[in-house]
Write a protein that binds this ligand. Structure first.
Ligand code: HEC
Ligand code: HEC
Ligand code: HEC
Ligand code: HEC
Ligand code: HEC
Length: 177
């Protein structure tokens, strides 16, 4: 798509503002962008999405239909269905399992994150926009061990491409605070 002069003219103040924000938060964090894939993520306990296919995604990702954040379960939430530590955890994971009983301090860790200057809402995309999890997250529901890096990296260009296809807002301020 070719940019109209109006869009171009509007772009500059935002770029300027964002460069200032960028300096404010530190360029490293800013440049890391949408996906935390600069270092592999590890999880507190083994998990297998395939073994949990019978439970709906929102059983564990509570906010995915109704809130901005999908949310990840705490290790304590697993105790709702498992009376004893499931699978074959190593010693450290077993200790984490026992320690997690009754408190919500140990959480699973995210692979995907937009920078603080970007608005993103799951409710908007999943419930109102009828977008599928796989479009943005790939085949994580078919994994038997937690992936250490996201399978798919949705960056600004991808957000805008889909918005253009669907006639959704593409002005800078639609997505940027
Ligand atoms: C809604 C109920 C439910 C919740 C919540 C739940 N599980 Fe499970 N889990 C199951 C069922 C059902 C199975 C398959 C039968 C079995 O092996 O017990 C299973 C199996 C497993 C297995 C064995 C999988 C394999 O590789 O054979 C592991 C490990 C496991 N769960 C970990 C977890 C963890 C970690 C959590 C929390 C993030 C969790 N579960 C939350 C119901 C649940
Ligand atoms: C029983 C709980 C449970 C259910 C049900 C569940 N998940 Fe998860 N999900 C987890 C846990 C625990 C993690 C973190 C460990 C991992 O990645 O395996 C996770 C991680 C994810 C992530 C990675 C988030 C990120 O930061 O990129 C996505 C995406 C995801 N799940 C999608 C799904 C989808 C889609 C479904 C339904 C088809 C689903 N999950 C069902 C527990 C669950
Ligand atoms: C249009 C793209 C898109 C779709 C569709 C989508 N996600 Fe996400 N997902 C994201 C983005 C972007 C983030 C990072 C959000 C942030 O940093 O606030 C994310 C983060 C997550 C996380 C990490 C924890 C959190 O609270 O945000 C989970 C879990 C997750 N998504 C699950 C799902 C599930 C399950 C579905 C389908 C029901 C789904 N997502 C559909 C783009 C998407
Ligand atoms: C696969 C398609 C798709 C992708 C990828 C996508 N979006 Fe969207 N987005 C939509 C649709 C469809 C809507 C309209 C939903 C509705 O009906 O309210 C929307 C709406 C929005 C809105 C509300 C806009 C407004 O003013 O109404 C924001 C903000 C937004 N998306 C941000 C993002 C960001 C940030 C990303 C990338 C991380 C992204 N989107 C990726 C399809 C997508
Ligand atoms: C549909 C949503 C969307 C729209 C519209 C959008 N952006 Fe973004 N933008 C993002 C997301 C998501 C990121 C973080 C991921 C990335 O860096 O690609 C981002 C990152 C950025 C960054 C930081 C890049 C970096 O290296 O960290 C700048 C600067 C930026 N956008 C400027 C703009 C300007 C200027 C416009 C208007 C012409 C605009 N954006 C429109 C979603 C959007």
């Amino acid at each position: 798509m070719s940019q109209t002069p109006i869009l171009r003219a509007r772009t500059w103040p935002v770029v300027g503002a964002m460069l200032i924000i960028g300096v404010g938060v530190g360029y490293g964090a800013f440049a890391a962008g949408f996906i935390k894939n600069t270092r592999p993520v590890s999880q507190p306990y083994p998990f297998n999405h395939v073994a949990h296919a019978a439970a709906g995604c929102s059983t564990c990702h509570h906010g995915v239909k109704k809130q901005a954040h999908a949310g990840l379960p705490t290790l304590n939430a697993c105790h709702d269905c498992h009376a004893t530590a499931p699978g074959t955890p190593d010693t450290q994971a077993k200790e984490m399992w026992d320690a997690a009983a009754g408190d919500d301090l140990v959480s699973f860790n995210r692979l995907t994150e937009v920078p603080q200057h970007v608005f993103f809402s799951h409710r908007r995309h999943v419930t109102l926009g009828a977008q599928k999890c796989t479009t943005c997250h790939g085949e994580i529901a078919s994994t038997e061990t937690p992936p250490r890096l996201p399978e798919r990296t949705v960056v600004m260009h991808d957000c805008i491409a889909c918005h253009e296809d669907n006639g959704v807002a593409v002005d800078c301020t639609a997505c940027h605070k």
